[in-house]
Ligand binder design. Structure first.
Ligand SMILES: C[S@@+](CC[C@H](N)C(=O)[O-])C[C@H]1O[C@@H](n2cnc3c(N)ncnc32)[C@H](O)[C@@H]1O
Length: 279
């Protein structure tokens, strides 16, 4: 009933797996999502033909491929849900308000740097590339778009840039036509012109040393990532993002997320299309 016993994951093993994930990348597993971690771990144990949960913890901690196994576990327990043109009001805030505000302040010739922090399989940063392409922005300005994530499996999909219908559920026929090629039944390949606009990096947002290697950004979207993290990691990630934002830079969180109780370092800006944070 409580997941313990022969077929489940004993409580102490669950706690030790949850501690590894929390310490490594801030992910929070507790009563509310215990089942998710357990079911993914049990599936992995079957895949590896290990004896059971305790043998898996040994394998994860001391096995020959321990670091790679932790990456695999992270791939299996993170939620990669995303799609192109997610939350149109936020995207309108980006194109109609954030970009013009940046342009007013930017030095002539300064590059525009945009970061999708926690980009999963890339639909979010590729959306920025498509929007900027539609605006004719690339001819006028030097633009750098970075997508980062902790999941190597998601990043591999992003680099492949082939997507299924689910990722295009908010993509209009005109945009499908303009930016994608059919790539077999129900598969769509993003054209190279847009694909080449986005760079990807594996970055653990909970690791300040990794963040310090990034350049300063003018706009950061970190949507639907904080919800998966424990309170300390949320605060650390937000402080880390703040440190990577240029003065006056914008932070856009997911629609249900806010910085309440996480940071007082940002100004809350009520734009016409959305509420965003500014450094
Ligand atoms: C639900 S997706 C959000 C994708 C996209 N931002 C969107 O809103 O459509 C959450 C992503 O956060 C990533 N993530 C979770 N913890 C992370 C961490 N500590 N560092 C970097 N990425 C992390 C997961 O791997 C996953 O791809």
């Amino acid at each position: 009933v409580n997941g313990e016993g022969a077929a489940g994951v004993p409580g102490d093993v669950f706690r030790s797996l949850a501690a590894v994930l929390r310490d490594r990348c801030g992910l929070e597993f507790g009563d509310g999502n215990r089942y998710l971690l357990e079911s993914r771990v049990l599936a992995r144990i079957r895949e590896l033909r290990l004896e059971g949960p305790r043998a898996y913890v040994q394998h994860l901690r001391y096995g020959p491929g321990a670091p790679a196994e932790l990456d695999t576990l992270i791939d299996r327990v993170t939620n990669p849900e995303t799609y192109f043109f997610r939350e149109p009001e936020q995207l309108r805030a980006f194109t109609e308000e954030i970009l013009p505000s940046w342009e007013e302040r930017a030095r002539a010739g300064a590059p525009l740097r945009i970061w999708s922090a926690g980009c999963a399989s890339g639909e979010e940063p590729f959306t920025f590339a498509m929007l900027l392409e539609e605006m004719g922005y690339f001819g006028r300005r030097s633009v750098e778009i970075l997508g980062s994530d902790i999941s190597t499996a998601s990043l591999a999909r992003a680099r492949q840039a082939t997507f299924r219908e689910n990722s295009l559920r908010e993509t209009s026929p005109e945009r499908r036509e303009r930016f994608f090629d059919a790539d077999g039944p129900g598969r769509f390949r993003l054209r190279d012109a847009v694909r080449g606009r986005v760079a990807f990096s594996r970055t653990n947002l909970a690791d300040r040393a990794e963040l310090s290697a990034l350049p300063p950004f003018d706009v950061v979207f970190c949507r639907n990532v904080l919800i998966y993290l424990c309170p300390e990691a949320k605060r650390s990630v937000v402080a880390g993002i703040h440190s990577r934002l240029a003065p006056g830079g914008f932070l856009v969180l997911g629609r249900v997320e806010s910085l309440v109780a996480l940071s007082t370092e940002f100004r809350l800006r009520h734009l016409r299309n959305d509420m965003v944070y500014q450094k």
